[in-house]
Design a protein around this ligand. Structure first.
Ligand SMILES: NC(=O)c1ccc[n+]([C@@H]2O[C@H](COP(=O)([O-])OP(=O)(O)OC[C@H]3O[C@@H](n4cnc5c(N)ncnc54)[C@H](O)[C@@H]3O)[C@@H](O)[C@H]2O)c1
Ligand SMILES: O=P(O)(O)OC[C@H](O)CO
Length: 358
């Protein structure tokens, strides 16, 4: 049989980034003999008013007309609405769904995957439980019992879909050989991948920048200009680093200088969906909820920042750290309409020597 004895890849998720990830991977599997050509992509099935199903249109046109219109994914990307079937023969599992669905998906997959399969998470988010916080890669490892690397970076999906140059960071713990194999699967001349031995730091960067991007969007909606936005981004970065290191002392400073750190922070604060919806929120005077705006502005795509701000707040509250993180606390209180959008201008960080508003 063609391609027998090589790594089979499954992509779990088919939203905006999920579709682009499948496209990148499929362009590599077809060229590299160590991978099976076919890339199976799980689709959370949707039926259009015409009666046609999303998975059928993807397989018919090699395009995700809802989440990534106008981009050819490659004829070797096979959309599959059956989650268990998608992963059954896979050796390499790429997780790329909104973070709120990760736990439910993992539970459905327990006992259904190859025991020696490896995973990578492209999911930016965390889970907060009574026993403490848990990154999504750890959730995958805990529920499925498999190694899980992470891939994060300044990766606005629509730009990468057009093959515009960008960088990404793969984070791993211990097994560099596995991280190298992931890099081989993802790297292209327009998608430059580096590897760092700080999985948790990479994932925290990707997760926390979504909270800062919300604040950047608020500043845009308030029409405060670039200097204010730069101040907000700087203070946000300081709280990102302080929070990460308090929670996980092993996190390395250098990780914040990789694409997953400042790179993603800049890209998201200028071009991301969290920024866009937060701008609309501020322009509504804080009157329209984030949920309502998400539906209207993103048309089915999902925001990660609002839920992450809440999850971060729960950790701060649980640990008694609220006073050390006025920026994160304020973003959460604005998102939940306890504070007005302009309150973001009054949360000069305790880590900074200036207050935005004295
Ligand atoms: N879009 C980007 O530019 C980008 C870039 C880097 C990382 N990411 C991260 O990738 C992850 C996935 O984002 P995305 O952009 O691919 O998705 P998306 O926001 O574009 O789409 C939402 C996805 O969720 C699915 N969905 C809806 N309800 C569901 C349910 N009940 N169960 C399971 N799935 C359901 C939809 O079918 C769709 O595939 C997120 O963690 C995001 O932060 C996104
Ligand atoms: O569009 P956002 O705000 O979800 O951000 C997208 C990516 O995370 C950017 O790297």
């Amino acid at each position: 049989m063609e391609n027998e004895g090589v790594y089979k890849v499954a992509v779990i998720g088919s939203g905006n980034w999920g579709s682009v990830a499948a496209k990148i991977i499929a362009s590599n599997t077809i060229k590299q003999n160590i991978f099976h050509d076919e890339v199976r992509m799980w689709v959370y099935e949707e039926t259009f008013p015409s009666g046609e199903k999303l998975s059928e249109t993807i397989n018919g046109n090699h395009e995700n007309c809802k989440y990534l219109p106008g981009i050819n994914l490659g004829s070797n990307v096979i959309a599959d609405p059956d989650l268990e079937n998608t992963v059954r023969d896979a050796d390499m599992l790429v997780f790329v769904t909104p973070h709120s669905y990760a736990k439910g998906i993992c539970k459905r997959l327990a006992g259904k995957i190859k025991p020696k399969a490896k995973a990578i998470s492209l999911i930016k988010g965390m889970e907060v439980k009574k026993e403490g916080s848990c990154m999504i890669s750890k959730l995958i490892t805990d529920v499925l019992g498999i190694n899980c690397c992470v891939l994060m970076g300044a990766n606005i999906a629509n730009e990468i879909a057009e093959e515009k140059l960008s960088e990404a960071t793969i984070g791993y713990t211990e097994d560099k050989e596995v991280a190298n194999r992931w890099a081989q699967l993802f790297a292209t001349p327009y998608f430059l991948v580096s590897i760092v031995e700080d999985s948790i730091g990479v994932e925290l960067c990707g997760t926390l920048k979504n909270v800062v991007a919300i604040a950047a969007g608020l500043v845009d909606g308030l029409e405060m200009g670039n200097n204010t936005k730069a101040a907000i981004i700087r203070i946000g970065l300081k709280e990102m680093r302080a929070f990460s290191k308090l929670l996980f002392p092993s996190v390395k400073d250098n990780t914040f200088f990789e694409s997953c750190g400042v790179g993603d922070l800049i890209a998201s604060c200028y071009g991301g969906r969290n920024r866009r919806v937060a701008e609309a929120f501020a322009r509504s005077g804080g009157k329209k909820s984030f949920n309502e705006l998400e539906e209207g502005v993103l048309q089915g795509q999902k925001l990660q920042g609002v839920l992450t701000a809440q999850e971060v707040f729960e950790v701060l509250n649980d640990k008694g750290w609220e006073g050390q993180f006025p920026f994160f606390v304020t973003v959460h209180k604005i998102c939940t309409m306890q504070l007005s959008p302009s309150s973001i201008l009054k949360c000069g960080s305790v880590h900074s020597s200036i207050q935005l508003v004295p």
